[in-house]
Design a protein around this ligand. Structure first.
Ligand SMILES: [Zn+2]
Length: 173
């Protein structure tokens, strides 16, 4: 549910995660640290998914000393999302699998840049409605854009600056 981590070495080394860095510059944390829940690594002020092969060549005995819970796992544990995506309509009911695949792909693409962007839950409400919760507000907005681009329909974005909470409503009848 929280996404299969299928990153190729190539995509991972080519990209820089501006997102992850930006979210955590305010918080001083001991480096390197590892999330004891998902295993992501915090170093150089950003979170990354560790690459076992690359790491073992360079630092055969590298083990981050500090064990923490990364912000994404923390949200998951506490059940506090940063984003909601509401899906609705007859088109959604008829193309559920296709839509689910698009969302999964978009989540994986986002995770390359920011491994802290994850889906928390996919909750179905009957056949014509579903709610997705995400660990970052940015991911919810991205999913809205991806849905709009791929399937049209109507989309509405609500963003609360106060608590940094994004709500995205997408429907196609
Ligand atoms: Zn984690």
């Amino acid at each position: 549910m929280q996404g299969q981590k299928k990153y190729t070495n190539q995509t991972f080394t080519k990209r820089v995660d501006h997102e992850a860095g930006r979210h955590h510059t305010a918080r001083a944390m001991t480096e390197p640290a590892v999330c004891k829940v998902c295993g992501d690594v915090y170093a150089d002020r950003r979170w990354t998914v560790p690459e076992p092969e690359a790491q073992s060549e360079k630092h055969p005995h590298f083990r981050p000393a500090t064990q923490v819970v990364c912000p994404a796992c923390q949200r998951q544990e506490e059940g506090v999302p940063s984003g909601y995506v509401y899906l609705e309509g007859a088109f959604f009911a008829a193309h559920r699998d296709e839509i689910k695949r698009l969302i999964q792909n978009e989540i994986e693409r986002t995770a390359v840049k920011n491994p802290l962007a994850r889906m928390m839950e996919w909750e179905d409400e009957g056949t014509e409605k579903a709610t997705i919760t995400t660990t970052t507000e940015h991911l919810a907005q991205r999913l809205g854009h991806a849905l709009e681009k791929a399937f049209d329909g109507e989309v509405r974005y609500d963003f609360s600056h106060e608590n940094k909470l994004a709500r995205v409503y997408w429907r196609r009848g």
